[in-house]
Design a protein around this ligand. Structure first.
Ligand code: GDP
Ligand code: IMO
Ligand code: MG
Length: 430
C-alpha cells in the first residue's frame, strides 16, 4: 500500500496552465480526485492515447481506472452541464458509476437564473465588463454567501427544492423584470428543469466530506484539483477582473472538508509563457504579429468559451508571488514546446512601481535570453533538451525560487519530463 501523500494542484497564472493534463497524470497515483472550487467556467483538457477530452465539472481523474472523482462542497454545479458531461463521457465508452463519481450534497447549484443574471450583468457593464464565461458562476456564489443558495442535496427531494428556490427566485424575478426589463422566471419552470436532472443525479449525490475522510482513514491518497488560477482568485487576483472563488491552495481544505494538515504536496502549474482570457490587466502581454504567432502555435483559444486568449511573456515576479500565496512545493512548467523556434525570448523580471498602484500594475522590466530551434515535443528526459531550453527553465527556477519538478512538452499524457519522484507515476498497489 502506498503511503498517504495528498497533493493539491493549482494554477499560478490566469488559468489554462494545463492543470487538467497534470491532474490526469498524477491521478495514476491517487485513489481520489476532488475539485474544490469554481464550476463549469473551468475547461480542463486531457489528451490520452490521441483522444482529447475537455472536462468542465467532472474531476480530471475520470480517465484513470479505479479512481473516484468527487465534486467537493466548494464547487458550484450546474446540474444540466454535469449531466451532459456524464452522457458525453458514456457515449465515448467511459462508464460513470457512483463508485467513480460523487457529487457532494453540500455543493451549491448553478440554476438557469444564475446564467441569465451573469449575461445581463455583463451586457449592462458594456466596455467595463469582467469578460466572464457567462456560466452563472458569480451569481451562484453570491447566493451561497447570501445564505439563499440551493445545494445539490435539495435535488433528492423536489418538494424541498421548490421550497428552497423561493427566496432567490422572488428576488431574481424582480431584478430581471424591473431592473433589466428582461423576462422573469417561475418556480414551475425551475422545477420542470430540475426534475429529469435530479432523477439522473440522485445516485451520485452523497456526503463528500465523509467520502474523503473514509479515504484518509483507509490510507488512500487524494488529489485536489484547482480550477482557474492564482490571479483570478477573488482575494489575491487582479480584482475586480477575477472569478468569484478563492483559487489558491488554502481553499482546497475549506472546499472539501479535509483539514489543512492533510494537504501534503502543493503543485503549482505555470505555462512557460503567459495567457489570459477575459478582461483585466496583463502586464507582459504581447501585441500584433508576435502575440498572434504565440496564440496560433499554442492553440490559445478558451476550452470553455472558444475565445482567443491574450498571450505574452513569462512574468517571473507574479509566479514567484503565486508560489508564496499557495505554499508551492513543486513547480510544473507546461507548453515549453510552444517556445521552440523563437530566436530569443523575454522573461518579465520586475515591475516598475506605480505610486498608489496595485502590486503588479507597473510596466514590466524584461531580460532577454536566447531561444532554441529544435522541436522538443519528443524529449522525455532533461538531458535530451537543447542547452538553451535548459537554461531558460533554470533561469525561471532561480527567479521563481522553486525547482521545476516536471516539464511538459506536449498535450499528451506521456509528453513530460519528470525531474522529481512525485511525478514518477506508479499506479497504487491494490
Ligand atoms: P487547464 O484549464 O489548466 O486544464 O488548461 P486548458 O486545458 O484550458 O489549456 C491548456 C491547453 O494546453 C490544452 O489544450 C492542453 O491540451 C494543452 N497542453 C497542456 N500541456 C501542454 C504542453 O506541454 N504542450 C502543449 N503543446 N500543449 C499542452
Ligand atoms: P480553467 O480552470 C481561464 C476567467 C473569465 C473571466 C473571469 C471571471 O480552465 O483554468 P467567471 O465566469 O469565472 O465569473 O469569469 O475568470 N476564467 C477563466 N480563465 N481559465 C479558467 O478556468 C477560467 N475560469 C474563469 O474569462 O476573465
Ligand atoms: Mg482551461
Amino acid at each position: 500500500m502506498t503511503s498517504i501523500n495528498n497533493t493539491v494542484v493549482v494554477g499560478l497564472q490566469w488559468g489554462d496552465e494545463g492543470k487538467g493534463k497534470i491532474v490526469d497524470l498524477l491521478a495514476a497515483n491517487a485513489r481520489h480526485v476532488v475539485r474544490f472550487q469554481g464550476g463549469n467556467n473551468a475547461g480542463h483538457t486531457l489528451v490520452v492515447d490521441g483522444e482529447t477530452v475537455i472536462l468542465h465539472l467532472i474531476p480530471s481523474g475520470i480517465l484513470q481506472p479505479d479512481t473516484t472523482c468527487i465534486i467537493g462542497n466548494g464547487v458550484v454545479v450546474d446540474p444540466e452541464v454535469l449531466v451532459r458531461e456524464m452522457n458525453q463521457l458514456e457515449q465515448r465508452g467511459h462508464t460513470i458509476t457512483p463508485d467513480s463519481l460523487v457529487l457532494s450534497s453540500d455543493a451549491h447549484l448553478v440554476l438557469p437564473i444564475h446564467r441569465t443574471l451573469d449575461g445581463l450583468r455583463e451586457q449592462a457593464l458594456g466596455g467595463a465588463k469582467i469578460g466572464t464565461t457567462k456560466k452563472g458562476i458569480g451569481p451562484a456564489y453570491e447566493d451561497k454567501v447570501a445564505r439563499r443558495g440551493i445545494r445539490a442535496g435539495a435535488l433528492l427531494d423536489l418538494a424541498r427544492f421548490r421550497r428552497h428556490i423561493q427566496g432567490t427566485l422572488h428576488e431574481k424575478h424582480r431584478i430581471f423584470t424591473e431592473w433589466y426589463d428582461a423576462p422573469g422566471a417561475t418556480d414551475d419552470e425551475l422545477v420542470e428543469w430540475a426534475t429529469p436532472l435530479a432523477e439522473r443525479l440522485k445516485p451520485f449525490i452523497r456526503d463528500g466530506v465523509d467520502a474523503l475522510h473514509d479515504a484518509i482513514d483507509a490510507h488512500e491518497s487524494i488529489l485536489f484539483e484547482g480550477a482557474q488560477g492564482t490571479y483570478l482568485d477573488v482575494d489575491h487576483g487582479t480584482y475586480p477582473f477575477v472569478t468569484s472563488s478563492n483559487t489558491v491552495a488554502g481553499n482546497a481544505a475549506a472546499g472539501t472538508g479535509v483539514g489543512p494538515k492533510d494537504l501534503h504536496n502543493i503543485v503549482g502549474i505555470a505555462k512557460a509563457y503567459a495567457t489570459r482570457v477575459g478582461s483585466g490587466p496583463f502586464p507582459t502581454q504581447l501585441n500584433g504579429d508576435e502575440e498572434e504567432a504565440l496564440r496560433s502555435k499554442g492553440g490559445e483559444f478558451g476550452a470553455t468559451t472558444g475565445r482567443p486568449r491574450s498571450c505574452g511573456w513569462f512574468d517571473a515576479p507574479m509566479v514567484r508571488h503565486a508560489c508564496r500565496l499557495n505554499s508551492v512545493t513543486h513547480l510544473v512548467l507546461t507548453k515549453l514546446d510552444i517556445l521552440s523556434g523563437l530566436e530569443s525570448l523575454r522573461i518579465g523580471i520586475g515591475h516598475e512601481p506605480v505610486v498608489g498602484g496595485d502590486r503588479f500594475e507597473g510596466s514590466p522590466v524584461y531580460e532577454t535570453v536566447p531561444g532554441w530551434s529544435e522541436d522538443i515535443s519528443s524529449c522525455r528526459s532533461w538531458d535530451e533538451l537543447p542547452a538553451n531550453a535548459k537554461a531558460y527553465v533554470e533561469r525561471i527556477e532561480t527567479l521563481v525560487g522553486v525547482q521545476a519538478g516536471l516539464i511538459s512538452v506536449g498535450p499528451g499524457r506521456e509528453q513530460v519530463i519528470p525531474r522529481d519522484e512525485l511525478f514518477e507515476t506508479h499506479p497504487f498497489d491494490m
